[in-house]
Design a protein around this ligand. Structure first.
Ligand code: GDP
Length: 587
């Protein structure tokens, strides 16, 4: 008989584990296998729980307590003037890992002659524009939904539409749901790209019904409103129709933006490039960004030295919805920060300084109530895992680091000694050796020459292509740093009535069991007037002349205690007998 779990909207991982009567670590592992990174106290929504239960093949039925739509749209429309002009739509492509997000983005770029002629196809780009039907569309790759959510948190009106890639042979998976939730919450429209239609197992009808279970109704159905386009990133089938659909859906929103305002936008990627210094990829949201402009982002600023499109073609100016590469920043701007244009260098410096101060004040406030002493104490108890993180692009780097930071507990924490974009290099290897750090590479290579250094120095370099496998590994490294848990279980209490023998290493005394039962082998705490005076080992129990394994409440007995130094037990002392277990812990 299937067990039933009733759930309103959300349940914490810990409570779900309890409901399922399974160790919470096992549940967390199952969640991670499905791409859901959640700690004990984080809550899971109904849909995710449903999928996870299905994946685990448990004989459990899930019931909804009461249906309530909590994901109210939070997206705010940006204000613009009556002079505003039409701008290209900004599309985010999302989906479960391996469902073909990258392949689809590549196929879209290949389908665009202009882009493919520029020869940038093989390179990973976080944002780019294509032309379809003589109209421009901006695509954003979302390396990790966490990173994307971070961008959204900055209040940005980043995306106009989400293209949700679902492999039609695999159906809805946890990250698919995450994207659906994201779109719902952000109030962004969704188009589903049913990918891998060339494969034998592809079943779009099953997908329609799966989607409907999660409140997404295919527009081919009566009252449905979500377009589902069948595509194959492999053969290119359906790509044109998908792009038609994107434009059609975006048109309904009549997307506009002001051009005659000082340029503003968002930093969507940032890295240091050899010989060129800090480089940022930004999405212009309003106004026109030009070379020579002064822009401020967070606590840094730039005189825009070079402006390029994301394929590296120089630009003189860039208008709304255009992703651009900007060089000229004094320091690396932060991913997800907004940028604004100011009049001149003096103003840029001043604004950056003020923002910098505000930020550091905010972060010191964040540790509210934390005086120096408690911070010091905390760091003394804290075991840190030194790591170096390298990733292919800023977006994935931020996702990886953010996810790793969320593993921190009061006892163990990840310390990112260094991080950066690109293949693992000499510097990383050297730093790993001197700081005892593990190098984690996400979607990057370990060149042969560096591999030799690494092997020689026995430094640990680990390469991953799947984010949660990387996180899993860090998690198990962190677990090893956790001090084991000491579990003390009380057994019984004895009141000492007489002391028979005291030597340097042993005390034999007699008394009455006042609570529970005494057992051996076990440990004992000796109290005098509520004060703990010593700890000893219970080596023997005697009921009368007979040796006993246990003596229960109300009975009298003799007890032998092994001690490390002479222990002066007196009549009237109390002995608490207990067992102690040392358990290895996992995060
Ligand atoms: P991502 O993790 O979502 O970016 O997925 P990828 O684009 O890396 O694709 C995952 C795997 O599915 C790769 O082996 C692709 O070659 C394959 N793939 C992607 N799209 C299609 C498709 O339309 N048809 C087939 N047969 N395979 C596909």
């Amino acid at each position: 008989m299937a067990r039933t779990i009733e759930l309103q909207d959300h349940i914490t991982v810990g409570n779900l584990a309890e409901e399922l009567a399974m160790p919470v670590t096992q549940l967390i592992t199952e969640l991670m296998k499905n791409g859901v990174m959640a700690t004990v106290n984080e809550s899971l929504d109904y849909d995710t729980v449903e999928i996870i239960l299905e994946e685990m093949d448990l004989d459990v039925e899930l019931k909804r307590k009461s249906a309530s739509e909590s994901d109210a749209p939070t997206r705010k429309k940006k204000q613009y003037s009556k002079d505003a002009t039409t701008r290209p739509p900004v599309i985010a492509v999302m989906g479960h890992v391996d469902h073909g997000k990258t392949s689809l983005l590549d196929a879209i770029r290949k389908a665009d002659v202009a882009a493919s002629e520029s020869g940038g196809i093989t390179q990973h780009i976080s944002a780019y524009q294509i032309t379809h039907d003589n109209r421009v569309i901006t695509f954003l790759d979302t390396p990790g939904h966490e990173a994307f959510a971070a961008l959204r948190e900055h209040g940005a009106l980043l995306t106009d539409l989400v293209v949700l890639v679902v492999a039609a042979d695999d159906g809805i998976k946890p990250q698919t749901l995450e994207a659906i939730r994201f779109a719902k919450k952000a109030g962004v429209k969704l188009i589903v790209a049913a990918n891998k239609m060339d494969k034998d197992g592809a079943d779009v009808n099953r997908l329609y019904s799966q989607l409907s279970e999660h409140g997404i109704m295919w527009d081919g159905w009566k009252d449905g409103d979500t377009p589902v386009q069948e595509v194959s990133a492999k053969t290119g089938d359906g790509i044109k129709e998908l792009l038609d659909m994107v434009l059609l859906t975006a048109d309904v929103d009549d997307l506009k933006s002001d051009v005659n305002i000082p340029a503003e936008g968002l930093i969507i990627e940032a890295h240091i490039e050899k010989g060129r210094g800090p480089m940022a990829i930004a999405l212009v949201e309003g106004g026109e960004l030009k070379t020579g402009d002064f822009i401020v982002s967070g606590s840094t600023y730039a005189r825009v030295r070079n402006l390029e499109d994301t394929l590296g073609k120089p630009l003189v100016k860039a208008g709304p919805s255009t992703p651009v590469i900007i060089s000229g920043f004094k320091e690396l701007p932060a991913f997800g920060d907004e940028f604004v244009t100011v009049k001149n260098e003096k103003e840029a410096r001043k604004v950056a300084e003020i923002t910098g101060n505000q930020k550091s004040k905010a972060s010191s406030r964040a540790g509210s109530g934390a005086d120096l002493l408690s911070i010091m104490n905390r760091s003394r108890d804290l075991h840190q895992l030194n790591i170096i993180v390298k990733a292919d692009v800023q977006g994935s780097l931020t996702s990886v680091i953010d996810s790793l930071k969320s593993l921190d507990t009061k006892e163990v924490a990840v310390r990112v000694v260094s991080s950066g974009i690109g293949a693992i290099n000499e510097n990383d290897a050297h730093l790993a050796l001197t700081s005892g750090a593990i190098v984690y590479g996400f979607n990057v290579e370990l060149p042969t020459s560096i591999r030799q250094t690494v092997n020689r120095d026995k430094t640990s370099v680990r390469l991953y292509k799947v984010i949660y496998e990387l996180i899993d590994d860090v998690k198990s490294e962190l677990s090893e740093l956790l001090p084991p848990e000491v579990i003390e279980t009380p057994a019984g209490k004895l009141k000492v009535l007489a002391v028979f023998k005291t030597t340097k290493t042993e005390v034999i005394c007699g008394g009455e069991v006042t609570k529970g039962k005494l057992i051996t082998p076990a440990l004992a705490k000796i109290y005098r007037d509520k004060e703990l005076i010593a700890e000893a080992e219970v080596t023997n129990l005697k009921r009368g002349p007979q040796e006993a394994k246990e003596v229960i409440e109300g009975e009298q007995c003799g007890i032998s205690l092994a001690t490390t130094s002479k222990l002066d037990i007196k009549d009237g002392d109390r002995i608490e007998v207990f067992t102690r277990e040392v358990v290895e812990r996992t995060l």
